[in-house]
Design a protein around this ligand. Structure first.
Ligand SMILES: C[S@@+](CC[C@H](N)C(=O)[O-])C[C@H]1O[C@@H](n2cnc3c(N)ncnc32)[C@H](O)[C@@H]1O
Length: 323
């Protein structure tokens, strides 16, 4: 076992025994839903950097796998949408964290008339070797865990998720990313990595690892400033900006011309024809916006057609699309 994986478990053993509000922080507002009352201890133990619970992923009573349970806030939120025994499976290798999560879910049961603790099946297990059958879950999620893994372990964690998700199922991820070069002394610092501060990689690298694993569609749903590793507090010559991203990877078949990666780009046709057809399955009518993936945006831009407006990425893609 790599030393940094052990250090990570030590860090979260401490964070299970003594809630640490400053450990991570969510850049997305916490879901407030009718009749959902999140216990304070879950808010104090919110160790994520974004949200992985999105109502539009959670129709049709899905079976959900959540890896790295923390204080249990997101497994409770997922249970809101799948109210049956064992609908949400939570995996964590740290005994103390599973115990804390279980106690917090018992408090949630007292505070929420609709919630039963047995909606969540908490199991011992590791992201690198999931104790879950192939093709068995509709939605899988992780929040602020995969960024800790080095390249080899990150690829393994992603392929494990791909293995257990049903065809057309979804992997929802929230993680820090960093577009600057992380100084080597910080990158190899086991504790900083475990605290989700120095393992972050560029977003395009993160996405490529997902598409290399086979996910045919990617949605970049949010990208926000998260932390700055500044020269006064960290051993770095320049300030390093870390952002938090929310990404959904869908186990769609891989298109012959490569994955569809949606980053919030839009195309608008401004010509006089009744319909504009790009010959690639995309049709547009005058001044009607359509969301396009980066591949289609690039193909349309290459036409150099002044009657086409193509926006830049805003990294806040929220559904719909060209492909
Ligand atoms: C940064 S916390 C995030 C917790 C939770 N997802 C949240 O958003 O509050 C990381 C979690 O992953 C767990 N963890 C650590 N190493 C793990 C591993 N190898 N496999 C699965 N979970 C792991 C920790 O015990 C902890 O619960």
């Amino acid at each position: 076992m790599s030393a940094y994986l052990e250090t990570t478990k030590d860090v979260y053993r401490e964070a299970a025994l003594t809630p640490d509000e400053g450990l991570c922080c969510t850049t997305t507002p916490i879901w407030q839903l009718p009749d959902l009352d999140i216990p304070n201890i879950m808010l104090e133990m919110n160790y994520g950097c974004g949200s992985t619970t999105h109502p539009r992923d959670l129709i049709n009573d899905p079976t959900i796998l959540y890896v790295g349970v923390g204080g249990g806030m997101e497994v409770l939120q997922f249970s809101y949408f799948s109210r049956r025994p064992g609908a949400v499976i939570g995996i964590d290798p740290v005994d103390e964290m599973r115990e804390a999560c279980s106690q917090n879910l018992a408090i949630a049961e007292q505070q929420n008339a609709w919630f039963k603790k047995d909606f969540v099946d908490i199991r011992a297990g590791d992201a690198l070797d999931l104790p879950i059958e192939d093709n068995s879950v509709d939605v899988a999620a992780q929040n602020c865990l995969f960024n800790i893994f080095d390249g080899e372990h990150l690829d393994k964690a992603i392929t494990e998720m791909y293995r257990v998700i049903k065809p057309y199922g979804r992997l929802v991820l929230s993680d820090p990313i960093c577009e600057q070069v992380m100084p080597e002394n910080l990158r190899v610092d086991e504790r900083l990595r475990a605290l989700c501060l120095s393992g972050a990689i560029p977003m395009q690298d993160y996405i490529k690892r997902l598409t290399d694993a086979g996910f045919g569609t990617i949605e970049v749903r949010a990208k926000r400033p998260y932390r700055v590793l500044d020269t006064a507090h960290y051993e770095t010559d320049e300030n390093i900006l870390i952002e938090s991203v929310e990404i959904c990877a869908i186990k769609d078949p891989m298109p012959a011309d490569g994955p569809c990666v949606f980053t919030g780009r839009t195309a608008i046709y401004l010509g006089n024809e009744e319909i504009f057809d790009d010959g690639n399955g995309h049709t547009m009518t005058y001044n009607q916006p359509i969301a396009v993936c980066d591949k289609t945006a690039g193909n349309l831009q290459a036409l150099n057609n002044p009657e086409l407006y193509i926006s830049e990425s805003n990294n806040f893609y929220d559904g719909g699309g060209c492909c």
